[in-house]
Design a protein around this ligand. Structure first.
Ligand SMILES: Cc1cc2nc3c(=O)[nH]c(=O)nc-3n(C[C@H](O)[C@H](O)[C@H](O)COP(=O)(O)OP(=O)(O)OC[C@H]3O[C@@H](n4cnc5c(N)ncnc54)[C@H](O)[C@@H]3O)c2cc1C
Ligand SMILES: Cc1cc2nc3c(=O)[nH]c(=O)nc-3n(C[C@H](O)[C@H](O)[C@H](O)COP(=O)(O)O)c2cc1C
Length: 571
C-alpha cells in the first residue's frame, strides 16, 4: 500500500513512538479517514486510556440548549473512562470551585447580555469574589445568537474572569450561534484533542471536525391572516397572524419565531436630517457596508438605546450625558456634536450603535393541524407612555400593522425544553394572555394526532367579553373532548382581582391528583409577576395536599423540572 520510502519512515515513526503517542496517532488517523470525527475520536480513545483528568461539567441554561450540550459532552467523557460530574449551575456548590482541578462550563446569554436565571448566583459570585483558582484548568462554551448586540457576553465574561482568578484555559472560548450543534461538537473534539496532546506532547488541532454550519435559516413569509382577537371595549390589542411560506417551515410545537423589526421611515428621516448627511452615503456597520438609510431602517437599533450606547456616544461627542436610556433622535437633538465632520463622525457614530435585537413570538399553530407551510403567532401590541405621549413597542407595533399580503422575514427559535409529553401523558397548561399561544399549538397537535393524554388549561385575561383569546377554538376543543378541563380567570370582571393562580388554588385537590398521577405542568406568559405567583401557588398546593414543608414542595417541583415534567417558557 505504501511506497518503500514512506513505509520506511512510517516504521521508524511507529518504532520510536511511546504507547501514548501510538494511541494518539490511532485516533488521529481514524479521524482523518472518518470525517465524523466526533465518533472517531471517541471510539479510538475509548478502548484505550482515559485522556482527561476527572472533570466537572456545569451548565447555565434557560431553554435547555446548554444542558443538552453539557449532557452529551459528559456522556462522551464518561465513555472514555473519565470521571465526570454534571451539574446545573443552580445546583453547583460554588465554594467547591477552589477544590476543582477541571471545570468545563457551557453557558448561554439571555436578556440584554445577562446570565440565565439559574446561573446568576455563579456569575455574580465569580465577579464579586476573588477565590484563588490557580489549580484549576477550564474551558468555556458560550451559547448565544449573533443577532443580539451582546453576542455570547456571559460566556465571554466567565472565560475572562476564570482566567483573571488564576485558572488555566485548556482551549480558548468557543462562541456559538443558534445553530450551535456543529460548533459545540467541535469544541468537545478540540478539548479531547488538547487533552490528548497534553499527554503526548503532540500539538492539538489534529482531530478534524466537520466544517461548522453558519447562520440561521431565514424564511420569507407572506401574511395570509391578521385578526385582532380583542373585542370592542378592550384596553388591549392582540393580533392573531398567520404567515405562509413557500418552503417547509421546520418547527415543532413549543418553538418560537424570531423577527427583526424595521424602524419607521419618519424616525429614520429625522436622524438623517439631524446628522446633516445624505441617505445614500455608505457606512460600515458590523462588517457590512450599506447606505445610511438602509442601516437605520433595517439594521441599527435607534429606539430606547441602552445606557452603554448613550455613554459611548457621550465619549464620542465629549459631553456629560446622564446614564439613562433614550432614543437616538433625542440624543442627537439634545446633545448634538458641535465640531463634527459629517462623514467621519457619522461613521464613528454608526460604530458605537448596536443592531436591532430580534424579538421572539411563540408559535400558536401546529404542524400536524395546519401543515408545515405556515406558522401562526399571537402578538400583544405593547403600548406605553413617554412624557405624556402614547408610544408602542418596536416589533409588536410592526407586527400589528401588517396586512394580508405583506411579506415578512423570520427564523425558527427551537425550544427543546418546552415540548409535548408522550401521547398518553396528561398535561396541565397555565397560559394567561399571550401565554395561550403555545398551548393552542399543543392542543391542536394532540387533536390531529389523536393523543390519548388528558389536557387541562388555565387561561386568564382582563374581561370575558372582550379578552377571551381564541374562545371559539378552545370551546371547539372542549366540545370534542380534546380539552378535558378549562378554567378561566378574568381579573377585572368583579370587584376583587382574580388571576390564574387563584383558580389553581381553588382546584388544589384535583390538581394534586393529576400531578401525583404523572401529569406534566407547563407555564407560559409573563415572567414577572405571573410565573412567580403561579409557582408560589403550585408550591403551596403541593405542600398542603402532600403534607410536606414548603421547602420540600419546592424541591418536589425542582425534581419535576429536572425529570422533564415541569416546563416554563416565560418572558
Ligand atoms: C421566548 C419568548 C416568547 C415570546 N412570545 C410572545 C408571544 O407569543 N406574544 C407576544 O406578544 N410576545 C411574546 N414575547 C415577547 C416579545 O418577544 C417582545 O418582547 C414584545 O412583543 C415587546 O417587544 P416590542 O419590540 O414590541 O417592544 P420594545 O420596543 O422591545 O419595548 C419593550 C418595552 O421597553 C420599554 N420601552 C421601549 N421603548 C421605550 C422608550 N422609547 N421609552 C421608554 N420605554 C420604552 C417599554 O416598557 C416597552 O414595553 C415573547 C418573548 C420571548 C422571550
Ligand atoms: C429573550 C432572549 C434574550 C437573548 N439575549 C441574548 C443576548 O443578549 N446575547 C446572545 O448572544 N444571545 C442571546 N439570546 C440567545 C440565546 O443565548 C440562545 O438562544 C441560546 O442557544 C440559548 O441557550 P440555552 O437554551 O442554554 O439558554 C437570547 C435569547 C432569548 C430568548
Amino acid at each position: 500500500m505504501l511506497a518503500e520510502l514512506k513505509l520506511q519512515s512510517f516504521r521508524e515513526l511507529v518504532k520510536s513512538a511511546s504507547r501514548d503517542e501510538l494511541i494518539w496517532m490511532n485516533g488521529y488517523l481514524s479521524a482523518l479517514i472518518n470525517p465524523d470525527a466526533a465518533t472517531a475520536a471517541e471510539t479510538t480513545t475509548a478502548a484505550t486510556a482515559p485522556a482527561l483528568e476527572s472533570c466537572t461539567v456545569v451548565y447555565g441554561t434557560e431553554t435547555g440548549n446548554s444542558k443538552k450540550v453539557a449532557t452529551d459532552f459528559s456522556a462522551r467523557l464518561k465513555k472514555q473512562g473519565v470521571p465526570v460530574k454534571l451539574k446545573s449551575l443552580d445546583q453547583y456548590r460554588i465554594n467547591d470551585i477552589t477544590k476543582e482541578s477541571c471545570l468545563l462550563v457551557v453557558i448561554s446569554t439571555q436578556g440584554d447580555g445577562e446570565p440565565p436565571a439559574a446561573a446568576k448566583k455563579f456569575y455574580d459570585f465569580l465577579h464579586e469574589n476573588t477565590p484563588s483558582l490557580s489549580n484549576l484548568k477550564y474551558s468555556v462554551l458560550a451559547l448565544g445568537d449573533t443577532s443580539y448586540p451582546q453576542f455570547c457576553k456571559v460566556g465571554e465574561d466567565v472565560d475572562v474572569r476564570l482566567n483573571e482568578l488564576g485558572a488555566e484555559r485548556i482551549i480558548p472560548l468557543k462562541k456559538c450561534d443558534t445553530d450551535f450543534e456543529d460548533d459545540a461538537q467541535q469544541w468537545i473534539n478540540d478539548l479531547i484533542n488538547a487533552a490528548l496532546s497534553k499527554t503526548t506532547g503532540t500539538p492539538a488541532a489534529a482531530v478534524k471536525t466537520k466544517p461548522a454550519k453558519t447562520g440561521k435559516k431565514v424564511y420569507d413569509g407572506t401574511v395570509i391572516t391578521s385578526v385582532n382577537l380583542n373585542d370592542r371595549g378592550s384596553t388591549k390589542e392582540t393580533y392573531h397572524l398567520e404567515i405562509a411560506s413557500e418552503e417547509v417551515v421546520e418547527y415543532e410545537p413549543g418553538d418560537s419565531i424570531g423577527i427583526i423589526a424595521y424602524n419607521k421611515p419618519s424616525a429614520v428621516n429625522k436622524i438623517i436630517e439631524l446628522l446633516q448627511t445624505k441617505p445614500d452615503e455608505q457606512y460600515l456597520f458590523r462588517e457590512q457596508t450599506s447606505s445610511l438609510q438602509e442601516l437605520l431602517t433595517n439594521k441599527i437599533n435607534i429606539q430606547y438605546l441602552p445606557e452603554r450606547v448613550v455613554q459611548n456616544y457621550a465619549k464620542l461627542v465629549g459631553k456629560e450625558i446622564p446614564s439613562i436610556r433614550m432614543d437616538l433622535v433625542d440624543l442627537l437633538r439634545i446633545y448634538p456634536c458641535e465640531n463634527c465632520d459629517t462623514t467621519i463622525d457619522t461613521q464613528r457614530l454608526v460604530s458605537v450603535l448596536e443592531p436591532i435585537a430580534p424579538r421572539l413570538y411563540s408559535i400558536s399553530s401546529s404542524p400536524a393541524a395546519h401543515g408545515d407551510g405556515e406558522v401562526h403567532v399571537t402578538v400583544s401590541r405593547s403600548r406605553f407612555n413617554v412624557d405624556g405621549h402614547e408610544r408602542f413597542g418596536l416589533c409588536s407595533d410592526y407586527l400589528s400593522s401588517l396586512k394580508e399580503g405583506d411579506t415578512i422575514k423570520f427564523y425558527v427559535q427551537k425550544n427543546n425544553a418546552f415540548r409535548l409529553p408522550a401521547a398518553e401523558a396528561d398535561m396541565i397548561m397555565i397560559g394567561p394572555g399571550t401565554g395561550i399561544a403555545p398551548f393552542r399549538s399543543f392542543l391542536m397537535e394532540r387533536d390531529a394526532q389523536g393523543a390519548s393524554g388528558k389536557n387541562w388549561l388555565f387561561f386568564g385575561e382582563q374581561h370575558f367579553v372582550s379578552d377571551f383569546l381564541y374562545q371559539t377554538d378552545l370551546q371547539a376543543l372542549f366540545e370534542t373532548g380534546v380539552l378535558t378541563k378549562l378554567n378561566t380567570a378574568f381579573s377585572r370582571d368583579q370587584q376583587e382581582k382574580i388571576y390564574v393562580q387563584h383558580r389553581l388554588t381553588q382546584k388544589a385537590d384535583e390538581l394534586y391528583d393529576w400531578i401525583q398521577s404523572g401529569a406534566h405542568i407547563y407555564i407560559c406568559g409573563t415572567k414577572d409577576p405571573m410565573s412567580v405567583d403561579v409557582e408560589y401557588a403550585l408550591i403551596d398546593i403541593i405542600s398542603e395536599k402532600g403534607n410536606i414543608s414548603r421547602v420540600a414542595a419546592a424541591e418536589y417541583l425542582h425534581d419535576m423540572h429536572e425529570n422533564g415534567r415541569y416546563h416554563k417558557d416565560v418572558y
